[in-house]
Each structure stands twice: as C-alpha cells, then as structure tokens.
Design a protein. Sequence first.
Length: 695
Amino acid sequence: MDPSALGVRLASGVVAPLVRKLFVQEGPGAGLVDAPVRISALVSFKGERRTLTDKDLRKLAAELVRRAVRSAGPGERPVPADEETAVADALATTLAGLGTLAMDDVQAVALGSTALAERLTAAVPQAAHGLSRDAALLHETLVGTACLHIVHFFSQRSTFVARTLIQQSRSLDALITRVDEFAERHPAPPTGDVTFERTYLSHLAHKHGRLTIYGIDLHNSPDRWPLDAAYMSLEATGPSRAEGPFDDLPSRAAVPADQALAGRPRVLLRGVAGSGKSTLVQWLAVSCAKPPGETDLPHLYGRIPFVLPLRTLTRAGAALPTPDGFLTAVGCPVAGAQPDGWAHRVLAAGRALLLIDGLDEIPERERRATRSWLRDLLDAFPGNLWLVTTRPSAVRDDWLTPDGFDELTLSPMSRTEVAAFIARWHRAAAPDPDAPDLLVTYEQSLLTAVRTKPDLGRLATNPLMCGLICALHRDRRGYLPHGRKELYDAALAMLLSRRDRERDMRGPDGVELADEPQIQLLQRLAYWLIRNGRTELDRDRAERLIADALPAVPVAAAQGDAPTVFRHLLHRSGLLREPAPDTVDFVHRTFQDYLGAKAAVEQADFGLLVQHADDSQWEDVIRMAVAHARPHERAELLRGLLSKNELRADLPHPHRTTGPGSPRWPSPRHPEGHVPRAGNPALLTDRAAHPPLDR
C-alpha cells in the first residue's frame, strides 16, 4: 500500500529510530560479520538479549500510529480516534511476528519490503481480525512502511549484506529518499480541501453511479440502473503499426478499457457511436471514490476526477475554462463550495484524473483551439492522469502523440461479451408480473439467435446496439426486425409511443401525438444541430424551431403552442433530455444523426451532404442518409460522393510536399487527417445495398 494513498506522510526521520528499537544494538565490529544472521536472533523483544518488553513494543506501535494520524492532517484522519488503539494493538502483534520468521537478514533484503510485509502479515494472520475497513488499510500501510525501513536497516547494519546485495541496498536508499521527498513536497492539504473533496466525491458517486440502458425503461422497469450492476468492461487495442507494404495487420495487444490508465498517464480513446466511451468515463469517475478493497482500479484511489464533456464546456460559444472554473463550467451543484485555488492545488500535486469526453461532439473548427487548451493544461500540470475520448475519424492518427498520449480504440464486442451483456440486461430488466418466467425464455431465445443468425450477430457489436436489440426482442415478444435501419425505426417507435401505451399513460399535458408527427418535429431539431455542428441547443431556440415546424404538422399545431408541444417531446418522447437547465440534447448522438439524416433526405439536401463528406461530424449522417433514401435519391447521393472523391484524388495534396518523414504526412488510415469512409468508392457501392449505419 502506498502510504500517500491514505494521506500518511511519515518521513524516515520519524520511522527509522522507532524501527531500530525492534533490533538489538550491535557492538563495535558488528559490520564485519561474514555470514547471514537469522532475524529471530536480531530482534530485541525475545531471547537472551531482550531489551524491549511487550509493553514497550505496544508503546512503539502506538507511537507509529499516532505519528501517522498526525501526519495525515486534521481533516484527513485515516481512522476515527476511537480506533487508534485497535490499530496499534494489531500493529504490535504483527511486528512481534518478526521473531517467528524463518529467514535471515540477507533473505529479507533480497525479498524487498513489499514481499517481506506480505510474509510478516501471513505469519500473524489474526492480527488484523476485527478491524474496520479503514483501520485495516492503515494497519496494512504501517506494516508496509515499517518493512521498508526494516529492510533498509538490514542493508546498512552489515557490510556482508551490503556487499552481497549491493543493488538492492542502493535501491532501498533511493526509495527512502523518494519517500522523504514526497513527505516534504506534499504536506497535508488544508482541512477545507479535504472536507470539500469528500462532498465532491460523494456528489460524483451519486451523479455518475447510475446508468441509462436504452430501451430498458419499459413496463415495470426503472429508467436507470446502478452502474456497478450494469457496467461491463470492454477491451481496447493500440494502433496497428505496419512494418512494410505487405504487413498491414500486425497483432495488437488488447487491454481492458477501464485499465487503460494503469501505466499510461495520457490516453486518447477512440470508439464508435454507442461503444461505451461515456459510460467508461462514468466508471472511472466513480472508481476514484472507492477504497482500494472495493474496486478493480486501486491505482485511481486518491485521485480527484474532473468529468469534462466538451460539448458542455463549449456551450453557447463559451471559452474553455481554467481549472478553478471546471466545476462551474459543467454545472456542478457543489461548485460554489470549493475553496479558493482548490482545483489548482489538486492538479499541481498531480492528484487529478481529467476525463475529457467527446472531442467529436464539438465542431471541427474548434478542435485546434481545444488542443491548444489541453496543451496549456499539460504544460502547467504534467503529473496527472488524462483521458480524451472521440469517435474514430474525428481527428487524424497521432493527433495527440506529440503530447505524450497513447492511442487506444474500443474493440467491437466479442461473442462472449455480447452473451454477458444480454444476461446482465435481462437480470436488470424487471420481469413481467403476469409471466415471470417469460424473461428467462426471452434471454435464452436471444442468446440462441445472436449465436446462430450472422446478420443479427453483425449488428450486436457495441452496448448501444445490444441494448436496443434486447429491448426490441422483449418488446416484440421474441421477434426482431431485419437490418440496421429497421432496427432503428423499431427503436424509435418503441421509445415514442409504446413506452406510454404499455404504461397505460395518456399525455399529462393534454398532448397526444402519434409517431410520425413526433418524428417530423424531432427531425427539425436534429437537423439544426447537425447543420450547426452542435449536439446541444438552448430551450428557446428549440421552441422557435418547433414553432417554425408546426404549420407543416397540423395535428400537433391543433394541440397546443410551441412551448407546450416541445414540453411534450422533452418529457414523453424518450428521445430528448435536459442535461442542464434550459439546455436540450438527444439521449444519444446516434438518434440525432438518424433523424437528421432523414430530414436531409426529405429536403433533398444531397448537395449539402456531399459538401460535408470530409467532415467527421457528418460521417454517420451520410451513411444513414444512404439508407433513408429511395433508389433514385440514393443514386444521386452516391454519384455526388464518388465525383467528389475522384476530384479530390486529381488535386495536389497540400501536405504531400513534405514527405513521409514529416509529422504532417497523411495518415494511412485517414489520408487527409480524418476523411470519412463514405468517401471510399468501393465502400460506397457496397453500402448502396447494405448501408451500415453504425460501426
């Protein structure tokens, strides 16, 4: 256990004198021994040379506990005052176990302090029984600290040990020095900081500790589920690195996505729509608030997470914030309670976890300024953990590599992961009270279908699609639509109307709309967002857009004014949400792109679609437009995209004057930095018949 994780900052000047009392004092010439010495013969609390009584040993342990608590600071107490005695007793019992270890001083130094602490704890397993979780953590920390100094003491007391294990001795000297430097450079934070951090972490645990599973909010099911029960870690892989013209598919080591920051302080994570990027951000933020024994991510314990969705930070053209403005910029309700300079102190101490989500959700023209903002933060506060998420084609390969970022990409779900997701989804969904065994039947039926039907298996590649498939399979009593477009159409129908119909609810605002008029109105909002490069809009603008659209939707206009109809769409459609007061977005970017593409096709904006073929924010919109279009419209759109691709191929590329050694040489995957795959003629012609709407 790293002592700093508990706020314990014991310098060697405090610990070393106490540890030396555990061992007999050697006379002159003791360093000239030419053989190892058993530890049991060195301890001062047993044998003929005993100088330390049991009472003295307990006093020594109590002093170590007292110093540790005091070093942590008044607001950062690792255990309550009434538990200090219990920790001291446990520590004394563990240290007394030194007299029973069957090893010598050379073996102890060779083991190292961590392994020695494990051996010592195992020798007296009953010592920590009955301690609370916090008390056990403090006991573990102090045993580790004591063993570090014990091993260092052994390496110094005998020239034989130092000569035999010279490298270990030097390493111990360096480690002791680093511990002292840490204690000096990281004094206990002010009490106000510690108090606020507890409040802030508690808020994050509640805010991000629940997860929306799309489609699960149907009959007898709550809207959100505990993240601990619903989260499933997926895998991420590093970029392929071709060694030659015929070696373009080298093997790539996969790592659990939530372990990406273990050993990688800076990560750019790519993932397609619905692949779980934002859910991963939630999981990492919540994990920071958990003690090491309750999480698989102990390296995040003691970190202070800042969840920074870029679309929120840039809302209404706002300037990107400095650290003291992070919480205010994301609308954190406890922002007003943060002590002056708190965020700066956290980052300066290297304790922050910065989770910068959705690089693809801001307009392309703003990404350069975002990178400059990020670089300024990196230069000012280098010693923190950083995660930036984006869709695959939003920025070119190696976009942040010069800044020390490793690039990882979320992998499609494997068959095993799909099966696990389906099982978890059905465990989370409440059973039908009229047929409690039906959900089990649906689960087994869907598992069989995904395994035996290739078309369905190709759709179930990420959490969003798997969630929709599970919901539709249950909603349609075991039957599923064929193809991705039909799947989205069915999902919209499920969210728009069946949700209220199955709950036997009528519109509480007096508005009752069928699917089609709701879709017509929602398309207006989606298409405005796409054309303006946004994923959020303010409520006033949304109501104005609805007001402009109402004359073309008389069945909606007859039921109320624009604010009334908009309020119905926000609260009853299942497709809109209000992430902040007076701010509106779609529950998932995929639905925005799907509805916006439908609007573009209905308005015959094929020229506009072609014009934005190089814009990563339009990539999925164009794919979905191909699916929405009728045959002659699809042909027109494809001809325009192919013509643009051929024209681009004939033009000199501005970057090609530099050569392959230049950092601006085009990426092999995205020749112009982020050219969407819709610009590839071979892929386009294949998609004319089977357009993949979501990778």
